[in-house]
Design a protein around this ligand. Structure first.
Ligand code: GAL
Length: 321
């Protein structure tokens, strides 16, 4: 079991900075696969990288899952937030992407498929879901159905049910607005814990971190609770933006891992992974700092290195707030 040192780069088997930005993660057999934005070209598309790990800490580069091409995938365009679902019947992997022009005017969701989780994925095109704008996305699967979470500046954060083949958007399930009431949250993630849905998101502040929020509901259709913080006020979610939440189902319990990005806008390629254990249950979600920690993926137990739960960046501001 390898330790995760929070806000330090993951290095792959070649010692290279893992391009796990805006990552999506899926457990497949005894490994975790993660797909991230390769940010070696800065803000525009340089490929989607795939990595795999037995413990969410030591990552092996599996190659380029989706390469730069033409059309939506041309150099100079924006391709962000790769998220993957596995079709429960065919076993096919479907990758979802935020597809955009460099000025973020296109606002579409793209689809790509592969029989191998690592790819190479074949690009299948992009849509505006039911005609709506779609920028940051997340995915969720339950009972054989797939769902797309998608931020739409005009209406809020949507949950859509995907078509049976997972390659299209079938219907709108719910739309939520954030605290201000005039926009929804972005970079959405969704988990269900003991019959309650927890929807996470970040406010719309670009590369700058903010106090991310979550809402809960008894069903995907709602009613969704008001949004509230899950990290200390003023910590800007420990200076990170949520990308996804990974359930780690073990023999003893299910651990949840918050996967976040500390974006470095001047040097996006070196943006830092802020991955932390997050406590979710009883209607509450709580993220606490852990400088060095590990998760036993067999049991679901999380261990924080003694003394490493202190020195929380952002806590001083939080105390003053
Ligand atoms: C954020 C979004 C990122 C990236 C960034 C560009 O709002 O979550 O994925 O698009 O804006 O400024």
């Amino acid at each position: 079991m390898t330790d995760i040192t929070t806000a330090r780069p993951f290095l792959d088997q070649h010692g290279r900075f893992a391009q796990l930005h805006g990552a999506g993660v899926l457990r497949i057999g005894d490994r975790f696969y993660a797909w991230g934005e390769d940010k070696s070209a800065g803000g525009t598309f340089a490929g989607i990288a795939c990595y795999s790990s037995a413990d969410l800490a030591a990552w092996r580069h599996e190659g380029t899952a989706l390469a730069v091409g033409d059309g939506d995938l041309a150099p100079g365009r924006v391709v962000e937030r790769p998220k993957v679902l596995r079709h429960p019947r065919t076993g096919q992997y479907v990758m979802y992407l935020h597809i955009d022009s460099a000025d973020y005017a296109d606002a579409r969701v793209g689809f790509a498929t592969s029989d191998d989780p690592a790819g190479p994925y074949t690009y299948r095109g992009s849509v505006r879901p039911l005609g709506h704008l779609s920028r940051d996305i997340g995915v969720y699967a339950e009972d054989g159905a797939g769902y797309l979470l998608s931020e739409d500046r005009d209406h809020g954060l949507h949950i859509y049910r995907l078509t049976e083949d997972l390659l299209g958007v079938e219907e709108l399930v719910a739309t939520t607005l954030g605290e201000s009431g005039d926009h929804g949250y972005e970079s959405p993630a969704l988990v269900r814990v003991e019959g309650t849905y927890y929807l996470f998101g970040s406010d719309l502040t670009g590369w700058a971190a903010n106090d991310n929020r979550y809402a809960t509901a008894p069903s995907l259709a709602g009613p969704w609770s008001p949004w509230r913080r899950f990290a200390p006020a003023g910590s800007a979610t420990y200076d990170s933006q949520i990308s996804t939440i990974v359930p780690v189902e073990g023999s003893e319990r299910t651990a949840y891992v918050y996967v976040g990005d500390r974006w470095l806008p001047e040097e996006l390629e070196r943006s830092l992974p802020v991955w932390l254990p997050i406590r979710i249950g009883g209607g509450q979600a709580r993220l606490e700092w852990a400088g060095r920690w590990r998760v036993d993926v067999a049991t679901g137990e999380v261990e924080v290195e003694p003394g490493e739960a202190e020195a929380v960046p952002g806590e001083a501001e939080a105390a003053e707030a």
